[in-house]
Structures are given as structure tokens and as C-alpha cells.
Design a protein around this ligand. Sequence first.
Ligand SMILES: Nc1ncnc2c1ncn2[C@@H]1O[C@H](COP(=O)(O)OP(=O)(O)OP(=O)(O)O)[C@@H](O)[C@H]1O
Length: 302
Amino acid sequence: MPAIEIQSVSKTYGKFTALDDVSLTIGEGEFFALLGPNGAGKTTLISCLSGIARPTRGTISVMGHDVVRDYRKARRALGVVPQELVFDPFFNVRETLVFQSGYFGLKHNDAWIDEILDKLGLTDKADANMRALSGGMKRRVMVAQALVHRPPVIVLDEPTAGVDVELRQSLWAFVQSLNSAGHTIVLTTHYLEEAQELCGRIAMLKAGRIIALEDKDRLLAREDERRVTLRLLPAPERLPDMLRPLVVTRENDDVTLRLPDYASLEQVLAALRIEGIKVQGLFSRETDLEDIFVKMMHAQGV
Ligand SMILES: Nc1ncnc2c1ncn2[C@@H]1O[C@H](COP(=O)(O)OP(=O)(O)OP(=O)(O)O)[C@@H](O)[C@H]1O
């Protein structure tokens, strides 16, 4: 049974189509990334998943429970860490979590609450008022809140926006441990290096449509090329003919080239040598998810 099954889901707001025929199946135990630029429809999809918004067309189920017909069971299987910090300023951290447990009919949840507080580094803030916490601490409470009912499926909507490096790392370590323990994780983020490091499979959304849905490694292998930046001295007005089709960008003395493999660098260097152009610096890197994301988002016809 898939953890999440989204079938032909569309969501319109008046004449505006926020989601356009989205179908997606996420297996149990996956670490899945939902990527896309601002306004692509990620949060709308998560809202449909958690029952905050209702799809205009199509169906969604979480752990086999339809999110509309079987709302309670579907919601119980799901923990959502929202993008925005939503909290009651009159509660302290522990009260917030006890209250959230109550939503799910859980009365004796203290041992689990203590454990989550500990795992998220919130134990010494348990009695602090929500409004007295820093943004990062509030973010941790949002994560804790999503976990009070031990959901098998956890959705994190940009959990690291505005979060410092240390918290980001500890948050990911915790989320990874949840994934290792069998939880299904769905993540949206604009930090593509995080998605590249953590996720197994990736969906890219653009204007409400899925334009890529693939295993991360396969997606990365799609653009199997190397980028090499050369700092040239003197920076020539005209590059040797052989180089020109390979140029990705040219800024001041730096020319970035797209190479099919490192072996072709030899020909590039030879062409420069013939023209008397010296290479003062060289920097290279493999294609990463950001390159692929940018390319796909700018591709024509999608
Ligand atoms: N309640 C609403 N009424 C009208 N339009 C809406 C509503 N909610 C979302 N939209 C529109 O739907 C589109 C998708 O928004 P959504 O928040 O899902 O994008 P997103 O991919 O999560 O973006 P971001 O990365 O900025 O969070 C946007 O153009 C947004 O303005």
C-alpha cells in the first residue's frame, strides 16, 4: 500500500488553476522531495493532502484512507509541519503539545512528548511561553506538534526557511532518523542541496503541473556533464572557435564551459595555448540538482 496516492488532482481558485491534473504515488518509507518555484502549487498540494483545502477534481489517500471520505483516519496518519509559524501565544511549549495531542484524542501522551522535546532540543524550553521563543525554536515546536500522534507519514513544508545552520543540521539528523525508523517523509524546500543530499525521489512542479518525477540519481544522471570555469589571461575578445559552442556563461575574465567529460579539457587547453591565452585559474564541478532545476524550469514547452 502506498503511503500517499494522489490521482488526477486539480485545484482551482475561481479561474486560476493552482494544481493541474497532478498524479503521484509515494511509497511507504520513502524520503520524497516536492520542488518548484514560488507559486508552483506545493503548499496547495499539501493543503489538499491534509484536508485544509479540497481538491476540485481527483482523489488523494494517505495510508489507504481517502482524505475527504475518510478524513479522520487520513489525518491521523499524517503529520504536517506547516510553512508558516502558527501557534497560540498564551500557551507554553508543553501545553501546546498536550493540546495538540487532545486533537487526536490522546490523553496520556507525556512520555512521548518528553521524548520529542528531548530529540528536538526543546526540553529546557518546555515551560517557556510560545511568544517568548526565537523563530528557530518556534520552528522546532512546529515539528514537535506534527509528531505528537506518531504519524507514519510526515510532510515538511519548507521547514528550514530562516533557520540557522546548526538547527538545520540537527533537524535533518532527526528527520533522517525518523525516516530510518520507517516514517515516510515528504519535503518541500528551496534549498536544493538539501533535497539532493536527503531525498531518494523528486517531483518538480511548475505552474501546478508535474514536469519531472524521478529517482534523484537518475535525474542527476540526465545531465551528465561537467562544468569548468577558466580564468583567462589576457581575457580574449574572441574565444577560439572550438570553445564557443561550449560556453555557458562569461563574466569578466571567467569563462564557464560545459564539457561532456574531463578528457575534452585537454582539447580546450590546447586551443587556448595555440592562441596564446593563459589559464590563470580553473574550477570544476559536476552537475547538481540546482542546474537541473533551473534548466527544467526554463525549458520551453512545459
Ligand atoms: N486561497 C487561495 N486563493 C487564491 N489563490 C490561491 C490560494 N492559495 C494559493 N493560491 C495561488 O495558488 C498558486 C500556488 O500557491 P502555493 O502556495 O501552493 O505555491 P507554492 O509552490 O507553495 O509556493 P511557495 O514556494 O512560494 O510556498 C499561487 O499562485 C497562489 O497565489
